[in-house]
Design a protein around this ligand. Structure first.
Ligand code: ADP
Length: 485
């Protein structure tokens, strides 16, 4: 079989292991590699040449990347042009481009509270991507953007296509990880870099000057990170006032679920946990629970269900719902560990809950990857009452580690968790409304079911046996690339 060559430039604001702040970094780190692997299979009709391009932040350790400067350029602005450089290297066999320039190196953190700084940085990066393509012998067939930070590349590509033949045949697609973050506060940067507003009549007026909607409008495909989140974009609850735009463009909206890095998250070989285990040795799991209860100075009774949450302290994640829900079932026996940092108000509320129930609640306000592995491997129930959840990674990890999720029936949670009904094990528990009553009612059902050991083990095993690998998602993305080019 002769394979068809498709060249893809994958652009993002972060990518593991170079730089990671959140879930986007996981995806941009894992998906290009999974795409490479999927296209190497003998049954795949695509010969994929995928290359990753991210900003060259000062925190990136470039030692093992074999970097070489391949181009110098300058991006015109209203006043003086801003110079930049592009470096080429390799990340474990994946071709890599890093874009350097003052707006990137002078930014103190990857994302700033000062949205003007971020606007400047990502406007510069987005235009630099096009400048690189203009000058390079290697031209992509597809530019694959991610979220608002790189959405402007697609908008500016559209404009450049009107006059520059070099861009004519390039397709633009965007993966949507988080709709509410649209790039507000970037007006000055857009003006400075002379990026003109979108003229798309399907966009509301306010959205025509925001990077994400501008990119969504220019993209030929909008891929939400789960099919159900794609569906939710059409609703007033989740559409963030762009639902009419999505409806008008429904043929280009779709969803592909994110995968899980099954090497980093493998209970059979995880060096961060006390006792490794798999589906056939679930009983060993209890050792993880006992050691954790001991180390956190919680009641050592291992028969009491251990509930955990590991997340950013953010309204989105429903931390307040967890606290109010636990309060409602204070009469039941449970222990809870809440790990997370972020919003100081929520952090304080969690600490107060701990003070109120020192014997049964542990609040840990920090980012602690090692502890997170131990919690997934030890806990019985994972609490995830998200107000919205484009895909969600925590529930995938939890199920992979035999920790049963109790989650809101929204976004990717709907797609990845199968409901448990009386006498019929699923892979977790789903509830409808983002409120304490709905959450605590479902949680108490789970706590009751937990006492039935054989039933509970069926839920755990079913969850652990699901295929959350990136390969499945990569094949779906390959189909999109094939369809476009
Ligand atoms: P989001 O990307 O919206 O923050 P996800 O559920 O998709 O949420 O992914 C969150 C990831 O970050 C998970 O891997 C979770 O374990 C991890 N995480 C969140 N908070 C912490 C923390 N305080 N310590 C360690 N890991 C954390």
């Amino acid at each position: 079989m002769t394979k068809r060559l498709i060249r893809v430039l994958f652009i993002a604001s972060e990518a593991e292991p170079l730089v990671k702040v959140g879930g986007l970094g996981d995806v941009a780190g894992a998906l290009p590699k999974a795409l490479q692997e999927a296209s190497r299979g003998p049954s795949c009709s695509v010969d994929l040449d995928v290359r990753l391009c991210i900003p060259f932040y000062s925190c990136i350790n470039s030692e093992k990347l074999s970097l070489q400067r391949i181009d110098k350029f300058s991006i015109p602005t209203k006043k003086n042009p801003v110079p930049g450089e592009i470096y080429q290297g390799s990340l474990d066999g994946l071709p890599l481009y890093l874009i350097k320039g003052k707006p990137i190196s002078e930014s103190p953190t990857i994302y700033n509270l000062d949205t003007e700084k971020d606007g400047e940085k990502f406007a510069f990066f987005s235009l630099a991507v096009l400048e690189f393509i203009r000058n390079s012998d290697w031209k992509p067939d597809i530019i694959h953007a991610n979220d608002w930070h790189t959405a402007l590349t697609l908008h500016c590509l559209r404009i450049a296509q009107e006059t520059e033949i070099v861009f004519k045949k390039i397709h633009g697609i965007i993966t949507l990880h988080n709709l509410p973050f649209m790039g507000a506060g970037t007006e000055k940067a857009l003006a400075k870099y002379q990026i003109t507003p979108s003229k798309d009549p399907a966009l509301p007026e306010w959205a025509k000057t925001l990077p994400l909607p501008m990119g969504l409008s220019a993209a030929q495909k909008i891929i939400a990170v789960s099919p159900n989140y794609a569906h939710e974009l059409f609703s007033a609850e989740f559409g963030n006032s762009l639902q009419s735009f999505f409806k008008a463009n429904s043929e280009k909206v779709m969803g592909i679920i994110n995968g899980l890095d099954c090497q980093a998250w493998n209970p059979q070989s995880d060096s961060k946990i006390r006792q490794t285990f798999d589906v056939s040795s679930l009983d060993k799991r209890i050792e993880n629970k006992e050691s954790l209860l001991h180390d956190l100075h919680l009641d050592p009774d291992n028969k009491i269900p251990l509930l955990v949450s590991i997340s950013r302290m953010d309204q989105q994640k429903g931390v307040d719902i967890i606290l109010a829900g636990l309060q409602k079932i204070a009469n039941l026996k449970w222990r809870a560990v809440i790990l997370g940092s972020g919003n100081p108000r929520l952090e304080k509320a969690v600490k107060e809950m701990e003070k109120k129930h020192p014997d049964r609640v542990k609040a840990i306000n920090r980012y602690d990857p090692t502890l997170s592995h131990r919690l997934y491997a030890a806990a019985d129930i994972y609490m995830m009452p998200s107000r919205y959840e484009p895909c969600g990674l925590s529930q995938l990890i939890a199920m992979h580690y035999g920790c049963v999720p109790v989650a809101r029936n929204t976004g990717g949670l709907h797609d990845t968790i199968q409901q448990t009904n009386p006498g019929r094990p699923g892979t977790g528990y789903l509830f409808q409304k983002a409120d304490a009553i709905s959450f605590s009612t479902k949680l108490s059902t789970a706590i009751k079911d937990y006492k039935n050991k054989s039933f509970w083990q069926k839920i755990q095993v079913k969850g652990m046996k699901q295929d959350f690998s990136w390969q499945k998602s990569a094949r779906a993305y390959l189909d999109v690339y094939s369809e476009l080019s």
